[in-house]
Design a protein around this ligand. Structure first.
Ligand SMILES: Nc1nc2c(c(=O)[nH]1)N[C@H]1C(S)=C(S)[C@@H](COP(=O)(O)O)O[C@H]1N2
Ligand SMILES: [Mo]
Length: 423
């Protein structure tokens, strides 16, 4: 651009003269009006008086420093050790539906490992015609597919079973991310090895010390499971399983094996330590539900929320939130301003892809009075997101996993927001 200093001066003069006449044109503008023209409008700013960074200042860019608060966060007392722990996606500060890898929640049972493409091997064995070992290069030669899917830890919302506990939707609902994956359909790799008729289960194992071994029924493995190596257009990040992870659309996060190293085909589920003890839902009568893999429909208002209070006072308010279902597409999201007494439908913004995060918006005129904000997701099967009490009636209080109950935010007259439950 050839912006000579002389040109700047004359443009500045022009702006000065029009700013006065134009002051107050922007309704509600905090700076135009009484105190005179806005210096941000009429004066040449520092960033326009010299050059910015050259094109190669950051070969791989990071978010600008003003966004440094938009990061994963953990809750230290939740787990004993940070290598067998979890952190939370800052969903309160994101928009749209795609989660950048850099702030997508992480869950490791024995830490995130560094595994190069050169060292990478994937073995398929068990009840197959031909046991196979693939290198990373081998995987690149199979036909690819692209799919967008949410990955939600089964424990998302698990701290809220007994009542509202954590402040902020990052913590109550942030064990979730949504990415666009590219990889090879698992079906193609299994076909290459040839599954024997007795083969009914696929045991997937990671290369990390924990291995996170999980058994998938063959039907699911042949349906929409992907052996993925790209996320959001670039290589998977180390934390998410570089160079290869399993993508299991609609199913709980623990099935999404990272650093995937082996697929064993068997006639029954391999009962790993994980499966027998951990991922079950303890019912009030002492029995436990197992194999509850699908994540039922759920939603949450991300803004306003405890980390995003209303600062602008009454008037136009954008209510923004996320909805998802492991059973397919979101067809409707209702929003209540009064704790579930009255409901109105929100707008589904952008695409409502199956088994992926869907963004909803509702634009209201806030009168400055208290609100009890709730959202309720409905999916294509007709399933309606339940209240927490409806869940407790069936499941009791012994649970950790699969809490998809309706979240309530209490918006106070001063705009502050608190995590509460309504009776
Ligand atoms: N190999 C391996 N895969 C794993 C895990 C692990 O610890 N090791 N954690 C699982 C759990 S419990 C979840 S919720 C998801 C989280 O994926 P993310 O870390 O990409 O968010 O990975 C799953 N896959
Ligand atoms: Mo998880």
């Amino acid at each position: 651009m050839s912006d000579e200093p002389i040109a700047r001066t004359s443009r500045r003069d022009f702006l000065r003269s029009t700013a006065l006449a134009g002051a107050g044109l922007v309704a509600g503008s905090a700076t135009a009006g009484a105190s005179g023209p806005d210096p941000k409008i009429v004066e040449v700013q520092d960033w326009a008086s010299s050059f910015g960074d050259p094109v190669d200042a950051t070969p791989y860019g990071m978010p600008i420093r003003f966004e440094s608060h938009v990061v994963r966060r953990n809750v230290e007392w939740l787990t004993e050790s940070p290598v067998s722990s979890i952190n939370f996606t800052p969903i309160h500060a994101l928009e749209g539906t795609i989660t950048p890898q850099g702030c997508a929640f992480e869950r490791h049972h024995s830490g995130a490992i560094e595994l190069s493409k050169a060292d990478y091997r994937l073995m398929i064995n068990g009840l197959v015609d031909t046991p196979l070992v693939f290198t990373f290069e081998d995987l690149l030669r199979f036909p690819r597919s692209v799919t967008t899917a949410f990955c939600e830890c089964a424990a998302n919302g698990g701290m809220e079973w007994a009542g509202a506990q954590l402040e902020g939707c990052q913590y109550t609902q942030g064990m979730i991310h949504n990415m666009e994956y590219t990889g090879v359909p698992l079906r193609l790799l299994l076909e290459e090895a040839g599954v024997k008729p007795e083969g009914k289960w696929v045991y997937a194992e990671g290369a990390d010390a924990s291995s996170n071994g999980r058994s998938l029924p063959l039907d699911k493995a042949l349906d929409d499971v992907m052996v993925a190596f790209f996320a959001n257009g670039e290589a998977l990040r180390k934390e998410h399983g570089y160079p290869v992870r399993l993508v299991v659309p609609g199913w709980e996060g623990n099935m999404w094996v990272k650093w995937l190293r082996r697929l064993g085909v068997y006639d029954q589920a391999v009962e790993s330590r994980e499966e027998t003890s951990k991922y079950t839902d303890l019912m009030p009568d002492g029995r436990a539900r197992k194999w509850t893999w699908v994540m039922d429909a759920k939603s949450v208002i991300t803004s306003p929320s405890p980390q995003v209070p209303i600062r602008h006072g009454k008037g136009p308010l954008v209510i923004s939130g996320l909805a998802w279902s492991g059973n397919g597409r979101i067809t409707r999201v209702d929003v209540s301003l009064d704790g579930g007494v009255n409901w109105q439908s929100a707008r589904l913004s952008g695409l409502a892809l199956p088994k992926a995060l869907t963004r909803f918006h509702l634009d209201i005129d806030w009168n400055g009075e208290e609100l009890l904000l709730q959202s309720r997701a409905v999916d294509e099967t007709g399933y309606v997101q339940p209240t927490k009490d409806q869940l407790r009636e069936i499941r009791g209080l012994n649970n950790v996993y699969h809490n998809n109950g309706i979240q309530t935010w209490w918006v106070k007259a001063d705009g502050e927001v608190e995590n509460v439950e309504v009776a």
